[in-house]
Structures are given as structure tokens and as C-alpha cells.
Design a protein around this ligand. Structure first.
Ligand SMILES: C[S@@+](CC[C@H](N)C(=O)[O-])C[C@H]1O[C@@H](n2cnc3c(N)ncnc32)[C@H](O)[C@@H]1O
Length: 421
């Protein structure tokens, strides 16, 4: 006997399960979705639908919540809430015909036992777009809208609309990697800063280019941080808060001798494995950079500090659902403790690049302003032309978060004294 065919689409069931975990704050969308897709092994089209529903629902969640709130009384089970958000996303944003949304999601609620079918039927029939305001149009709370307006000025409208679009996959690919990806039927288009925009026909990890170390995911703005260090060939570079080593990999590929420092040893394991895949190497040190680090100073030091991630809302939309103004202050305080310890590792005449993937003034320009006031031996230097658009921000620049490029604050601080070494 064959099992009866499910009366619902497994992609949507998977999307709702992932959304439930992400909305509960248990995990981030990318690892949860990767793990669920790897286990389910859905056909490429269904995997694409699940990805679209998860990220689209998260990007539009504040607007969808405003649409659902008047229709819900009392507590809604988290799984039912995730299902209603996903159904509302398809009806109100994707423009899927309302009868199709209702029938699909009622079937899902019943077949996968995710929510009371009667509730889903009643709510999805009635849900409509909430009253138009900037908060619902851009699906952001008022305080975050203000952050974007302050940081991007007249470009803020373009940035805010862009954050609601699907995020492209950015890969730094060798020429052989491009040929290999195209031969396998993937689409490779040149993007900003020499990073390619790639549309895959199957998961990245299954491509020959990835397995052979010919392709590395990196946002064009993240690569711009590496560019801000200038020529690194044959130079010793301290990569502070190096994490899973994306920038370390780019530095090593450019011929730098990299020492990567992070609080978390497990990130070193991930970085080491990735560098091995790319045929590159670096040294690793596990250290809490809120305390001084006892290693010989270097002429080139990068501090890519931990931050709120407000520059990455297009690829990590769940951040905006969790972030509070208080968290911005806490991260700014952490950055302010780490920056002097990074500065102490810069040789006289050397260069310190400070970056955060956040667009809040507190974490970028204000941390640097306060540091410079207390460290007169450092002076800000103009950031050279980068391969992505930027706007001025205090003593540095902010990359413009448009077209899938992340918003990074980047500054160059030169230590007084003759360069030697
Ligand atoms: C923005 S991420 C780094 C990304 C990395 N540079 C890259 O390009 O892949 C910030 C990193 O700071 C690390 N971190 C957080 N607090 C730290 C501390 N007190 N000392 C050292 N590293 C810390 C985190 O573990 C995280 O890996």
C-alpha cells in the first residue's frame, strides 16, 4: 500500500516550522532553514518556495502583525501565528489569489496539524493590508526608521525599500569557478566590487566550484572592509574579532600573513575548515578583546567588531524583530572597550581599520569619535574609493545598503610615528 499523498505543500509546512523557531528567538533563519532543507531534500522549486516564504514573511513581519492583530483575540499558539503570518505574506505581499491562499493554508493547518483550520480559514479570508504609514510601508519600528534616516539622509528611502527585497547570493569566484558553475547550469552575473551575483540550481555546498575552493560567499560591502586595509600582500595582518574567518580568507587570498583573534574557539574551527577548503591558512588565537592582548604589534590591524547587524537586515530580517534601542547601547559599549585594545596592537605609523555591519551612529561614528578624543596618537584618514557606493559618516564612510549590498561603517585610523617593520 502506498502512503496517501499529503493534501498540503511540504515546502509551506517546512517554512512554517522554521518560522516558528525563528520567531521564538530560538535560532537565526539561515542555519534553521539550511538544516531543515538539508533534511527534507525537497525538489529545487519547493526549496525555493520555502526560502521565499520564510524570508519574505520575516522581512514583512511588522506589517503583517499589524494586519493580523485586529483579527486575533487572546493568545495565539506560536505555530498558528507563524502559519497566519506566512499565509498573510502570500496574500498581501506576493499577491497569490486569496482563495488559493485560504485553501492552501487551511489544508496545511489540517494536514500538518499546525493550527485550528477554522481559525486559519476565518483570519486569512478577512486579513487585509493595515493603514499605510512609514512603519507599515517599510516594516520597521519607528526608532529604526529614524536610524536609517539619520545615517543615509536623502538616500534613506531607497535603502528602506531595498531592505524588503529578496537577497541575492554573492560569491567571490575564480575564473575556473565561474566556468564550472556555468557548466552546471547556475547563472553567474558580475556584481559590485568584483563579487558575482549567483543564482543556483542546487545548494551551494553541492557545487564543484564550492567543493574545490573556487567560490566563497561574501557580501560586496564585507569585501570593501578588506579593501580599506590597502595592499596586504606579504604583510602581517591582525584580524580582530575574526569570527568564522570570511575576511581572514580574503586577506590570506591576497597574500597576507593573518592572525585571527576571536572570543569563540568554535568559530576558529569553522574558519580553519573553510580556509582549508580554499587552500589557504591563518593562525588563530582565542581571546576576549575587552582585555589587552599580548602579541607583537602589526602595521595592519582590522577590528570588525561585534554589532547589532542593522546593516544586514535584507539578509537577516529577523534582527529587526528582536532588536531594542538598549541593545544598540550595549553593543556600542562593548565596541568602545575593544577598540583601545585593538589600537594598542598597531605599530607606530601603522593602520587600524574599524568596521561594523551596522548603520547606527552609536556603533560607528560615535565609538570612533570618543576613541579619537582619548587617543591623540591616532588620526582618521580618508577611506579610499571602494568598489561599492558610500556616504560620509563621521570620520569614516557608510556603504549604501542597496541592491543587496550590506551597510557597513568603515574607518581608517593612522597611528602617529614612522612606519617600521
Ligand atoms: C562581526 S563578527 C566577525 C566577522 C568576521 N570578521 C568575518 O569577516 O567573518 C564579530 C565577532 O566578534 C566576536 N566577539 C564578540 N565579543 C568578543 C570579544 N569580547 N572578544 C573577541 N571577539 C569577540 C564574535 O564571536 C564574532 O565572531
Amino acid at each position: 500500500m502506498t502512503a496517501p499523498r499529503p493534501t498540503f505543500n511540504p515546502a509551506r509546512a517546512l517554512a512554517v516550522r522554521v518560522l516558528t523557531r525563528v520567531l521564538a528567538g530560538e535560532t537565526f533563519a539561515a542555519p534553521a532553514l539550511d538544516a531543515a532543507l538539508a533534511q527534507a531534500r525537497l525538489p529545487a522549486r519547493d526549496a525555493g518556495l520555502a526560502t521565499h516564504v520564510v524570508y519574505g514573511t520575516l522581512r514583512h513581519a511588522p506589517m503583517l502583525e499589524a494586519a493580523l492583530t485586529p483579527l486575533l483575540r487572546g493568545e495565539t499558539h506560536p505555530r498558528a501565528r507563524a502559519l497566519l503570518l506566512a499565509g498573510s505574506f502570500e496574500k498581501l505581499v506576493l499577491g497569490t489569489p486569496p482563495h488559493a491562499v485560504v485553501s492552501e493554508y487551511v489544508g496545511l493547518a489540517r494536514g500538518a496539524r499546525l493550527a485550528p483550520p477554522g481559525l486559519v480559514n476565518a483570519v486569512l479570508r478577512r486579513v487585509e493590508r493595515p493603514a499605510e504609514s512609514d512603519e507599515t510601508r517599510y516594516a520597521l519600528p519607528g526608532w529604526l526608521l529614524e536610524v536609517f534616516r539619520t545615517s543615509y539622509g536623502e538616500r534613506a528611502g531607497g535603502v528602506l525599500s531595498n531592505l524588503l527585497e529578496p537577497q541575492p547570493l554573492w560569491l567571490s569566484v575564480t575564473d575556473a569557478g565561474v566556468r564550472s558553475l556555468e557548466a552546471e547550469g547556475h547563472v553567474v552575473e558580475p556584481g559590485p566590487n568584483g563579487v558575482d551575483r549567483v543564482t543556483l540550481a542546487r545548494p551551494l555546498r553541492e557545487t564543484a566550484a564550492y567543493r574545490k575552493g573556487q567560490a566563497q560567499p561574501i557580501n560586496p560591502a564585507s569585501l570593501a572592509v578588506v579593501d580599506a586595509l590597502g595592499d596586504v600582500a606579504e604583510q602581517r595582518v591582525l584580524d580582530l574579532a575574526g569570527g568564522a574567518g570570511v575576511k581572514a580568507a580574503m586577506l590570506a587570498a591576497r597574500g597576507a600573513g593573518v592572525t585571527s583573534v576571536d572570543l569563540m574557539a568554535r568559530k576558529h574551527d569553522a574558519a580553519r575548515a573553510n580556509l582549508g577548503r580554499l587552500g589557504l591558512r591563518a593562525d588563530f588565537l582565542t581571546h576576549d578583546l575587552t582585555a589587552p592582548l599580548d602579541v607583537p604589534p602589526a602595521l595592519l590591524v582590522l577590528l570588525d567588531a561585534p554589532c547589532t547587524g542593522t546593516g544586514t537586515l535584507r539578509s537577516h530580517p529577523e534582527i529587526k524583530l528582536r532588536l531594542t534601542p538598549g541593545a544598540v547601547g550595549e553593543l556600542a559599549a562593548l565596541q568602545a572597550r575593544m577598540l583601545p585594545n585593538a589600537a594598542a596592537l598597531v605599530q607606530p605609523g601603522g593602520l587600524l581599520v574599524y568596521s561594523v555591519c551596522s548603520v547606527t551612529p552609536e556603533e560607528g561614528p560615535e565609538v570612533v569619535r570618543d576613541f579619537l578624543a582619548a587617543h591623540p596618537d591616532f588620526v582618521p584618514e580618508p577611506v579610499p574609493e571602494l568598489g561599492v557606493p558610500t556616504v560620509p559618516a563621521g570620520d569614516g564612510v557608510l556603504t549604501v545598503a542597496e541592491g543587496g549590498v550590506d551597510g557597513f561603517f568603515i574607518t581608517r585610523l593612522r597611528r602617529a610615528g614612522p612606519a617600521s617593520g
